[in-house]
Ligand binder design. Sequence first.
Ligand code: ATP
Length: 278
Amino acid sequence: LLRPVEKIAAVIELYPRGLAGFRRYCDLLDTVPEIADRPGARPAPAFRGEVEFENLRFGYDEARPVLDGITARIGAGKTAAFIGQSGAGKSTLLSLVPRFYEAAGGAIRIDGHDIRDLTLDSLRAQIGIVQQDVFLFGGTLGDNIAYGRIGATRDEIVAVAEQASLGPLIAALPDGLDTIVGERGVTLSGGQKQRVAIARAFLKNPPILILDEATSALDTETERAIQTALDALSKDRTTLVIAHRLDTIRDADMVFRLEGGGLERLNGAPVEPARVWA
Ligand code: ATP
């Protein structure tokens, strides 16, 4: 029932925990990891972050294509906003970048490398994901942030928590970063959980970022805190964002609209609110 971006996010967040954690989570989802390294796959070099879709085709079942010839190039460090009606395929398109699903035709290239020629872990290690619904493990808030990168020091966790606008929350919690969160601890709100995901992404510091902007209503202060953190996070990295806010669309370097399996570049022209459905 989980949508692709949520799934890849969970997988990617779990990746540093090793295959054991990954498999356990797949068992939970009753999903078998279908994508594997190709024979001869090589580790990706450090990405600059140019992302290219070439005549990309994909469908969850063959009879019904979701993406039917997607072509676009997003320069390294640029922000591309993807808009389109519900079900148009925005999450699907972005879930193909970390190879959560395999394209039926065409290619995705990063800095000119076909992603199928790269090892999965070296690809996914360089892609950060911040999605709407964040999976928190039972454990401390600090542990949950540390999933962004195994081996992070306490100082690093404190620093990224601050960058993710989690400072006031940590100050208010009984044991700060050591407060147990999740089912057996303090329940975090959707906006707070999203900031945990942002902190994880800061810690991971990937050259490519995938954002699924929140659709649920957040109070103004929370929204501002999240937006400030996201703006800082997307700076100097390629950002592919499923955009729901007009400001995000206005500020993006490129805006693409998905419709009928195709992708239309809106050429950086001002987007009228009437054309934004999401
Ligand atoms: P929204 O804005 O509602 O999130 P979207 O533009 O992101 O929509 P997708 O979630 O990519 O659209 O869905 C595209 C199409 O693929 C829809 O028809 C959807 O029902 C279908 N779909 C999405 N995920 C799966 C899945 N795991 N299995 C089968 N079909 C799926």
